[in-house]
Design a protein around this ligand. Structure first.
Ligand SMILES: Nc1ncnc2c1ncn2[C@@H]1O[C@H](COP(=O)(O)OP(=O)(O)O)[C@@H](O)[C@H]1O
Ligand SMILES: O=P(O)(O)OC[C@H](O)CO
Length: 496
């Protein structure tokens, strides 16, 4: 039997490749950061060709590191930053413009006009999403409206749209396969999550030609094999899922009511809601978790746009820390934030507020406030944001969480995890593998190709490393939360 599953993890700031063995252990990793392009305030772009070159580069690097050929790789699973939108020419393979990244706010005004037309329920009923510039739909429309000749070419069937997994599969198959998986399709705001089809009425409203859309497929299935020229032989591409859904799968949250929180660039809380979609009345998204074994699993999601990115801001813009991990010991230098709150609404606020005009706010400063207070307040802001989402989730789903599984880069921070447990008053469980995103993609591909037999087979791989038990007194928690809620109010509508 072939020994490894290759997971390609195309994230917002870096492309990664990880090889996993049968026990779900990491055998080798290669990673490369790529360019973030900020052409205007609130606009974020990536170069789609650089996404491809870094992703394929790290795949080869990972194989070379342990001297593995294509014939030892059982299958490839792909996971990716979601919503990010690429349109390319079907004949030349050239992107017509940079990729418009999920964080990009350039279509916020157009989203307002859709809301003014009273279309919020129309979109929510079909797609499970709230109208927002975050999703791919309005980004596609922007590209068709602003790139010279794009609309005519799209109508003539010469252009293709894809989220990142679609682009990577298209490149890996040398332009033979144009597919998306349900979990990624569910983030476009064009996909009917009940019928599992692109929604004709939405396409008409946004004037998007259906011919440019990829074929929606389950998250765990063989889409194709890689072109022989890529790795020297064919490897089956056996699974794909958006990174947050893949993390839910990697955390083995297979049962209804199980939830995870991922602390990466943003923070994303997802709860498995089983085979029935639950509609939110508290600003959460209803999304497809995955399609596997002929069934669809749905999830409730709270998307927080800025989490680890706020730590990067401390590092790169304010230069208060050298490394993200320094935030931990520096936060511990003070006993509290001295009344300081940071709300990192740098690109507006996502769930549960959904205010694209909110902007970052620092409140409660006194003459005694120092950099340690600010660093601590920044770390705490990640936990407060996750708490706001969790509260909304429990109300929507009508369940009380007994524990929260965590992952993502910033969950390595023990101070943050303890504060998270304290502020939600629920134990936080950190697994031994916090690379759950790529692991989820590996599982999806491995299950489709018989590397693992069934979900029970992979459940055995989940191991807990730390549990953070809540220790904070209720009066303290309530006081802190009151301050946080007041701070959030200060950010709202700021840039309108
Ligand atoms: N020890 C730490 N404490 C706080 N934040 C951290 C720590 N380690 C990493 N981070 C933050 O986590 C993020 C990276 O996590 P990762 O899961 O790799 O993100 P992504 O997949 O979104 O690129 C960065 O924003 C970084 O600032
Ligand atoms: O690349 P990440 O981990 O920041 O994830 C981005 C999300 O998929 C955006 O929805």
């Amino acid at each position: 039997m072939k020994k490894y599953i290759m997971a390609l993890d195309q994230g917002t700031t870096s492309s990664r490749c990880i090889l996993y063995n049968k026990k779900g252990e990491i055998v080798t990793v290669a990673q490369k950061e790529f360019t973030q392009i900020y052409p205007e305030a609130g606009w974020v772009e990536h170069d789609a060709m650089e996404i491809w070159s870094t992703q394929i580069g790290v795949a080869h690097e990972a194989m070379n590191k342990i001297n593995v050929g294509f014939d030892e790789i059982h299958a490839i699973g792909i996971t990716n930053q979601r919503e990010t939108t690429i349109i390319w020419d079907k004949n030349t393979g050239e992107p017509i413009y940079h990729a418009l990244v999920w964080q990009c706010r350039r279509t916020a005004d157009y989203c307002d006009t859709l809301k003014e037309k009273g279309l919020e329920k129309f979109f929510q009923d079909k797609t499970g999403l709230l109208i927002d510039a975050y999703f791919s739909a309005t980004k596609i429309k922007w590209l068709l409206d602003h790139v010279d000749g794009a609309r005519a070419k799209a109508e003539a069937g010469e252009l293709l749209f894809g989220t990142i997994e679609t682009w990577l599969i298209w490149k890996l198959t040398k332009g033979k396969v144009h597919v998306t998986d349900y979990s990624n399709a569910a983030r476009t705001m064009l996909f009917n999550i009940h019928t599992l089809e692109w929604d004709e009425e939405i396409l008409q409203e946004l004037q998007i030609p259906s011919g440019m859309l990829p074929e929606p497929r389950p998250s765990s299935c063989v889409y194709s094999t890689t072109d022989v020229t890529i790795f020297g032989g064919e490897i089956p591409i056996g699974g794909a899922a958006g990174d947050q859904q893949a993390a839910l799968f990697g955390q083995t949250c297979f049962t209804e009511g199980e939830a995870k929180s991922t602390y990466g660039t943003g923070c994303f809380l997802l709860m498995n809601t089983g085979e029935k979609p639950i509609s939110s009345s508290h600003g959460l998204l209803t999304t497809i978790a995955w399609g596997i074994d002929g069934k669809i699993n749905y999830a409730l999601e709270g998307s927080v746009f800025i989490a680890g990115a706020a730590i990067q801001w401390l590092r790169d813009e304010l230069r208060l820390i050298d490394e993200s991990s320094d935030s931990e010991w520096m936060a511990r230098k003070v006993k509290d934030t001295n009344g300081v709150y940071l709300v990192p609404a740098f690109v507006g606020l996502g769930a549960p507020y959904w205010d694209p005009y909110a902007r970052g706010t620092l409140v409660g400063l006194t003459r005694g406030a120092n950099k340690y207070h600010l660093i601590r307040a920044t770390l705490e802001s990640l936990a407060y944001q996750a708490r706001d989402v969790l509260q909304a989730m429990e109300e929507d789903a009508g369940v009380k969480l007994s524990s929260l599984k965590v992952d993502g880069g910033a969950c390595a921070n023990d101070f943050l995890m303890q504060f998270q447990a304290d502020i939600i008053n629920v134990p936080v469980k950190r697994p031994s593998t916090i690379e759950t995103t790529s692991l989820g993609a590996a599982y999806l591909a491995g299950l489709a190709t018989g590397f693992w037999k069934n979900k029970e087979d992979v459940l055995e791989n989940w191991q807990i490393s730390n549990t953070f038990e809540p220790k904070m007194e209720e009066t303290v928690r309530n006081k802190l939360l009151t301050g946080w809620n007041r701070a959030v109010k200060c950010t709202l509508e700021w840039a309108r």
